[in-house]
Design a protein around this ligand. Sequence first.
Ligand SMILES: Cc1ncc(COP(=O)(O)O)c(C=O)c1O
Length: 410
Amino acid sequence: MANGAEDPGQVISALEDLRRSDIDWRNGRAFSLTYLATPEALELSERAYAMYAGENALNVAAFPSLRRMQSEVLGFVSELCHAPSGAAGFMTSGGTESLLMVSYAAKQRRPEVARPNIVLPTSAHAAFEKACAYFGIESRRVPVRADWRADAAAMRDAIDDSTVLMVASAPQYPQGVVDPIAELGDIALSRGVPLHVDSCIGGMVLAFLEPFAGGTVPFDFRIEGVTSISVDLHKYGYAAKGSGVIVYRSRELRDKQVFVTDNWLGGMYGSSGVLGTKSGGPIASSWAMINHFGREGYAKLAALTRATTLLLVDAITAIDPLFVMTKPDSTLICFGSADPAVPAHAVADALAARGWWVDRQSPPPMLHMTVSAHHDKVVDDFVAALRASVADVRASNATDGSSGAYGTVE
Ligand SMILES: Cc1ncc(COP(=O)(O)O)c(C=O)c1O
């Protein structure tokens, strides 16, 4: 390929060939990186994306349809998070951009602080390290408790006059548990420090489990000390990649993330986030998903995914020597191996050889699964593959397995 003479049909068939070596996530083989509700919703999302792939949300004056869709998506998520009146937010390209922008906004809010720091648990997402590196902020990581949740008292002790932001997660990615957000909210209020709740992966699940499936603790703006929340549509909103939302308690807080300049020859340039040109595709896909599922549809998906998660937890626990790190609060599973002769990462290698993808984590060596609604169709196949993979590893005398990486550089 790449000789410039291929017709569209040849190009598409070359793409089809290329993707044959990828993990078969459309059939539920990936418990990481991808999210699948139903084949019908996936097709709708991709059609909506394709319709708007070339539209540019850099300037919605030219594309009022994108302005409207953004505002409706933002309104949907704000309502879910019980945002108070006066709250305001933006769409972003996803979790990392949301966490970059909330960190930048926190720094901008306190221009007098020479060496700003963010106080966050060791479990908070790696994107906060990126934010700190990009914006010259100290990352003040505080060890989590034995149950993997943030240690509120230790976080309180880590705060000083240069702390511009505290962070909690609902849930945190590595072990899938929700931090004690009410407690952290009290500390944030008493110290006058903003508190961001990273609900990038959990927002579209926890918000629906609470009223319909009877049960999670509040994690959102109902907690007074919470000043901002991030929720991704490209995760459990089942939208195409490139879509997140950040909501601030007030417009004043939100405006700190805005960048405006006229210091060049092209006139006034304003933007809300890292990107300049921004495809309309993720916005249209997100809008399509919220209109396709609505609150009731998402509630059903969340309840189904939660039930599948609990089934998988029981099945994993029943395979010797596997054990789960903790009972998940949402739809993420983290498990390890109690036998050095069956290293967890070697089990992931054996699963990959059988066409299944799970995440590898450390420390300590652990495996991570992000369960989607569609996974209820593959529970039995996956559990059989996991059992066989454990047997393969035991027979192979493996000593570790490839540690892999959550994100890659090339
Ligand atoms: C809790 C949490 N925050 C942030 C992110 C980063 O999101 P993204 O990969 O969309 O940039 C993730 C990704 O899984 C996450 O789980």
